[in-house]
Design a protein around this ligand. Sequence first.
Ligand code: S3P
Length: 168
Amino acid sequence: MDNILLIGFMGVGKGTIARAYAKEFGAFAIDTDDLIESLENRKIKTIFEEEGEPYFRELEQKCAKWISKSVKNSIISTGGGFFKVKNINKIGTIVLLDSSFEAILKRIQEHPNAAKKLAKRPLFKSPEMAKKLYKERVAQYKEIADIVINVEKKEPTEIAHQIQKLLS
Ligand code: S3P
């Protein structure tokens, strides 16, 4: 299979859905934020605090280059801003996990680890800040996606099957 690249806003469930897909279809799931954290041996939040956002975006570009060269037959979840890397379509089929901002906020707030989920995301300091970013990005996500899947009120396994069906 071609790589599948999951894009979409913070908190939409990219990592959860990638892992559900991996389990259902026997693929490996990797995550760009995890790759960046291992490359730097520090958390995304710390990278933002110590180096600033432009440095983090450079790391995303570096990560994209490495994935293009070295990763095959995998499902890849990405950070919410990863879609801006150059040559993203060289990585694989781009699947947008789409959701209203309200549903994303609800998903995060209802999570048992909500405080932790918010604390690790420097660009989700408040719902207002995140909503502004969502509005800026929503059309851009749709523009670069090969496939758009609405994920609201669906279980990760159901979405995984939907991805597989749409790509086969
Ligand atoms: C970001 C999203 C985060 C992480 C970083 C920046 C963004 O990933 O990459 O905090 O620009 O939207 P998640 O989408 O997994 O929260």
